[in-house]
Each structure stands twice: as C-alpha cells, then as structure tokens.
Design a protein around this ligand. Structure first.
Ligand code: ITT
Length: 197
C-alpha cells in the first residue's frame, strides 16, 4: 500500500510519520515530487482546503493521498485565525510572527476569555478523485507567554484543557494521543480498516 502525505509543513509531516509508524505503508512526501506545487487554499472551511490539496496531489501523482487542513479557532476572536492560521501575520509569516500577532490581539484579555480549540480535517483522496474526510478537535486556552519547545505553530501558546501544560511542553507521543490531528487520524485508520475487511 502506498500513501502520499501532501503537506509542506514539517511539523505536520513528523506527526503523521509517527502516527503511521506501525502501518505497513510505503510513505511518500512532497519531497518525492519536487515539481508539483499544491494549488492555493481558496476554501472557506478546513474540509474544502483539505480536499483541494489531497485531490490535486492524488490526481497528479497517481498515489492515494492524505492532506491535512488545520488551524486555531479563538473564541474571543470569533473563530479567527481559523483557516488563515498559517498566514495570520502575513503571506510568508513564521510561527513566531503568528504567535506574536495572536498575543497582541489578546492583550489585556483575561484568562476566562482566552478559550480556543485546534481543528483538523484530513482528506483522503484516490487518484480517481473520490475523497473521504475525517475531523478532530482539541480544547484549550491561549496563555500570555510561550512555554515549551516541542511541536510547531501555536503549540507554545496553547494550554491543553485538563493538562497544566502547553502542547509544546508535552512529548510528541502524548500530543499524538490527544491532538486534533490524532483524533482525525484515528477516524481515518478506522475507516481504512473497515474498507479492508
Ligand atoms: P500544508 O498546507 O502544506 O499542509 P500549512 O502549514 O500551510 O501546510 P494549513 O494551511 O493547514 O497548513 O495551516 C495550518 C496552520 O495551523 C499551521 O501552520 C499552524 O500555524 C496551525 N496549526 C495546525 N495544527 C497545529 C498544531 O498541531 N500545533 C500548532 N499549530 C497548528
């Protein structure tokens, strides 16, 4: 079985490799197809964008593909940055710049009003264009100073509900049990095992 993980985000790719580590799958990444450029993410939902990425890559390569569209939804900000999480502070923004903008937008907002969630949608598409999607969420809140060095993106600012730690303070093995991406991935593997039986 072959599977392409269509993401140019290294943090996501590491998490998927770990999640897929005990599957008997020949894994491909976008590095195996350097000439391919994913289309712009013009969708308004995580699901639309995940399908845009996965269906394009599957059709171009002939390999069944998963793509992940994910982001942070902050209640006080009406769900922003949402689908714009990767580019919150601008087109080529770094994780640090995005985190800085988030702290700026939440300056002087008290702890109870800083609730947020991570959302993930994984699209699994075949070269013939058929797709299935799987979602996951993780509840938490945004702290005032970054904490921890693991993970990527907004992890250092995201205090996980029920843990006294940010996602960047948790080991990848724990993040990969509880995260939005892990939940969507579990639903994807359940689907695969139903299809194969
Ligand atoms: P690809 O489209 O190539 O997969 P991307 O980073 O552009 O990479 P998205 O458009 O889905 O992907 O944006 C997701 C952004 O949401 C990501 O860049 C982070 O800022 C944030 N994000 C998603 N999952 C996260 C996680 O587990 N931890 C921290 N931040 C996360």
């Amino acid at each position: 079985k072959q599977l392409l993980i269509a993401t140019s985000n290294r943090g996501k790719f590491c998490e998927f490799s770990e999640l897929l580590s005990n599957q008997v799958t020949e894994l491909f990444s976008l590095a195996d197809f350097p000439q391919m450029i994913l289309p712009p993410e013009t969708g308004e939902t995580f699901e639309e964008n995940a399908i845009i990425k996965a269906s394009y890559a599957a059709r171009e390569t002939g390999i069944p593909t998963i793509a992940d569209d994910s982001g942070l939804e902050v209640n006080y900000l009406g769900g922003r940055p949402g689908v714009h999480s990767a580019r919150f502070a601008g087109e080529a923004a770094t994780d640090q710049e995005n985190n800085k903008k988030l702290l700026y937008e939440l300056a002087n907002i008290n702890h109870e009003e800083r609730t947020a969630r991570f959302s993930c949608c994984i699209a699994f598409c075949s070269p013939d264009g058929t797709c299935a999607t799987f979602t996951g969420q993780l509840a938490g809140s945004i702290i005032e100073q970054p904490r921890g060095n693991n993970g990527f993106g907004y992890d250092p600012l995201f205090l996980v509900t029920g843990y006294n730690k940010t996602l960047a303070e948790l080991d990848m093995s724990i993040k990969n049990r509880i995260s939005h991406r892990a939940e969507a991935f579990r639903r994807f593997t359940n689907y695969l095992s139903r299809c194969n039986n």
